[in-house]
Design a protein around this ligand. Structure first.
Ligand code: FAD
Length: 476
């Protein structure tokens, strides 16, 4: 198909809600043709999965910020609904556009979509930018996708680096007539009755400008100690860039080059490796689009998960009786975010101590995380459950007391999020059931009244989990 010289170009925004480091936008501007930026609500995640509540809150803010940034460059953001195949063709017909530009992503069948558009006379042009590398470019010597992280990452490091990010265009040519679009408020992405988003608003500022400020702040200090501080629960030792990456308000190539430009910085290498996990999860999603539902290790399809609605609710609401688990789950509910170490602790507690299906945890995270990611979330849950690619073995079971003592040494995390335990001394803070009656009395802790008793005994739960594992494998 040839592109006529004056017809507008549709620029379809997806998980790339930014103007800098955006190859599809740069290429669209380079055509010199009018550009119609569009965002389509829902249906663009694997399986057409709708966004969860916290992510919808974030999306509203992010689209508002993107709309303002486009307006400042003489453009606008058109909001539409509907399956991409139909909505993009309809918009092309209305505007006279003959081409759609977009940033490639994974987990959805883009080749089929492109073919469908082309059948309707609309050319599809796809660009990189959501990932460091195209999944088809990172292969084993046998030409197969990697299943193990370390060789994957070594291969990535041996490739030519991804291109340097382009700056945002200063002007984006507008069409003569703007097509109609929805009003953002009409999408009702933000909660009203009840408005549970107060904690999110107090914690986050979505959008590209804020993403750059968070990145600058991280590069200005915390990155120096990242290798040592990234596992500590009570401090801000990580970048907290995950929701910005999830919605594409900052691109991974920007991070790659910002970090690689710091010579001989071991912490920077550790940080880059974490970005490598993001890349690995996305490449796995490319191979396994049903990753949120189907265990990658087939034997786990027969795992005897427990049906335990009360246990699930205690976990979700931060009332398990294990302080570090409860602190993490309450922080998640309030702020829409959880530290990686805490995600591993609460994940292990759900699937191993409670033996509740990892998909329940994945779904709760999907609904409550502002960074709920179609690749990182199911991939990490499968990793925790032991059924994923390169997963933590199921028999490695986190001890929530030891994890708390090791990664919340001062008790700051638990005291902040489980204030009813704040007056307990450090030595019993992570195992309040071991405190003597006078200590509990002095700290004002009454089990079943001010704070729940343990819903399971970790030692017994561990044994039961190993027995359950033995039913599907002979490796215990
Ligand atoms: P940093 O340590 O500053 O890392 C920088 C970036 O690297 C992150 O923003 C993220 O994009 C990526 N990254 C870091 N660690 C990982 C990891 N283990 N796996 C994949 N990418 C990583 N991350 C999400 O972005 N969305 C999710 O929905 C999500 N669900 C998770 C569920 C479970 C059970 C677990 C154990 C982990 C999950 N993670 C998820 C990965 C990780 O916990 C978060 O990316 C990280 O905590 C975000 O904080 P940060 O931005 O400060 O990370």
């Amino acid at each position: 198909m040839t592109e006529s010289s004056t017809a507008p170009v549709l620029l379809w925004f997806r998980r790339d809600l930014r103007l800098a480091d955006h190859p599809a936008l740069t290429a669209a501007v380079a055509t010199g043709r009018p550009i119609v930026p569009v965002y389509l609500l829902d249906g663009d995640d694997p399986g057409g999965r709708p966004l969860g509540g916290a992510a919808r809150w974030w999306l509203h803010e992010s689209l508002a910020a993107l709309g303002h940034a486009l307006e400042a460059r003489g453009s606008a953001l058109i909001l539409r609904r509907g399956p991409p195949g139909e909505a993009l063709v309809a918009l092309a017909r209305e505007t006279g556009a003959d081409t759609v530009y977009w940033s490639r992503t994974v987990g959805v069948d883009e080749a089929a979509l492109a073919a469908r558009l082309e059948d309707q006379g609309v050319a599809a042009r796809r660009f990189g930018g959501c990932l460091l590398f195209d999944p088809d470019a990172v292969r084993t010597q046998q030409g197969r996708p990697f299943q193990v992280f370390t060789p994957f990452w070594n291969r990535v490091l041996a490739l030519d680096p991804p291109p340097r990010p382009e700056p945002a265009p200063s002007h984006i040519p507008a069409p003569y007539d703007w097509p109609a679009g929805d009003a953002l408020e009409d999408w009702a992405l933000q909660p009203t009755q009840p408005d549970w988003a107060g904690g999110l608003r107090a914690t986050w500022a979505p959008g590209e400008e804020a993403a750059n400020a968070v990145l600058d702040g991280f590069l200005d200090g915390p990155i120096d100690c990242y290798a040592e501080a990234r596992d500590a629960l009570g401090v801000d030792g990580t970048s907290r860039l995950s929701p910005y990456l999830r919605f594409g308000e900052v691109g991974p190539r920007t991070l790659w080059h910002a970090v690689r430009d710091r010579p001989n910085d071991p912490s920077a290498e550790v940080f880059l490796r974490e970005l490598g996990w993001r890349e690995f999860c996305h490449h796995l999603l490319h191979e396994h689009p049903a990753m949120a539902e189907t265990p990658l290790k087939e034997s786990f399809a027969a795992f005897p998960w427990r049906d335990d609605p009360a246990g699930l609710e205690a976990w979700q609401t931060g009332r398990t009786g294990y302080p570090v688990v409860d602190a993490a789950m309450r922080k998640l509910w309030r702020t829409g975010w959880m530290h990686n170490r805490a995600r591993m602790i609460v994940g292990s507690f759900l699937v191993k101590d409670l033996r509740i299906d990892w998909r329940e945890g994945e779904r709760w995270f999907w609904d409550t995380l502002v960074d709920a990611c179609p690749a990182n979330n199911p991939c990490s849950w499968q990793w925790i459950a032991g059924c994923g690619a390169d997963a933590a073995p199921y028999f490695r079971i986190f001890n929530p007391v030891l994890q708390g003592e090791k990664f919340d040494t001062t008790g700051r995390y638990v005291r902040r999020w489980v204030p009813e335990l704040a007056r307990l001394p450090d030595r019993v803070l992570h195992k309040p059931w071991s405190a003597s009656a006078p200590i509990l009395r002095e700290a004002g802790v009454q089990f079943g009244e001010t704070y729940p008793g343990r819903i399971v005994d970790h030692g017994e739960a561990r044994d039961a989990a190993l027995k359950a594992l033995a039913t599907i494998t002979d490796r215990v």
